[in-house]
Design a binder for this molecule. Structure first.
Ligand code: ADP
Length: 194
């Protein structure tokens, strides 16, 4: 079974593209970002490691104190790397276990920072979703009620499309002009021929 990484910057439409793979071709999707959040609130070993590394305030009423943690990691790349390393080790385990339960020609792991986290190295192929920056900003403002500045701040923490696409075997252009179904079908056909 092939493991396919699907990535893209905020607002590129990667969740939308993953949904289409699932709806049209029944491909199982592992949502890494959602899983990471869940694991941070449920995996005792990880909770202990986070508290040991970042302090007791990391959890408030037995729930991850995201405000506190983001303050620590936001402008500190070393701290962010520490946190990512702790979390991604657990996500990698959860993904491996999930893969064993699937029964399709390929599965997709969807993750915003697939390249940045190094998770891409464990995938057989990478799909990158690309869209013009202004369109991405407009989508996120509409979806999350964020300001342009807030979206831009998030974007500066992620790789640019150009950098991300360097790691990709397939690039899907999701710019509201180029049809996505044909692009997805072409990739699906190649993946099942593999
Ligand atoms: P990401 O997961 O990359 O942050 P999403 O898939 O959530 O992006 O897309 C961002 C927003 O743009 C969502 O509200 C989504 O519905 C919308 N969107 C993305 N791609 C398309 C598309 N091809 N057609 C219509 N709406 C789209």
């Amino acid at each position: 079974m092939l493991k396919i990484g699907l990535t893209g910057g905020i607002g590129s439409g990667k969740s939308t593209i993953a949904k289409v793979f699932n709806l049209v071709y029944d491909i199982p999707i592992f949502e890494a970002d959602k899983q990471a959040k869940q694991i941070m609130n449920t995996n005792l070993e990880l909770i202990e490691e986070i508290i040991k590394t970042f302090g007791k305030e990391s959890y408030k009423n037995k729930t991850l104190n995201t405000k506190y943690l983001s303050q620590i990691v936001f402008n500190n790349p070393q701290q962010l790397e520490k946190l990512n390393n702790l979390v991604h080790a657990k996500v990698r385990h959860a993904f491996a276990k999930w893969v064993d339960e699937q029964n399709t020609a390929y599965v997709i792991q969807e993750a915003a920072i697939l390249v940045e986290s190094g998770a891409y190295k464990h995938m057989n192929k990478i799909i990158s979703v690309s869209a013009p920056q202004q369109l991405r900003i407009d989508r996120v403002i509409k979806r999350d009620k964020m300001t342009t500045e807030q979206v831009l701040q998030r974007m500066t923490k992620q790789l640019s499309d150009v950098e991300r696409n360097k790691h990709a075997d397939f690039v899907i252009v999701n710019d509201d002009t180029t049809g996505i179904i044909d692009q997805i079908t072409a990739i699906h056909t190649k993946l099942i021929e593999h």
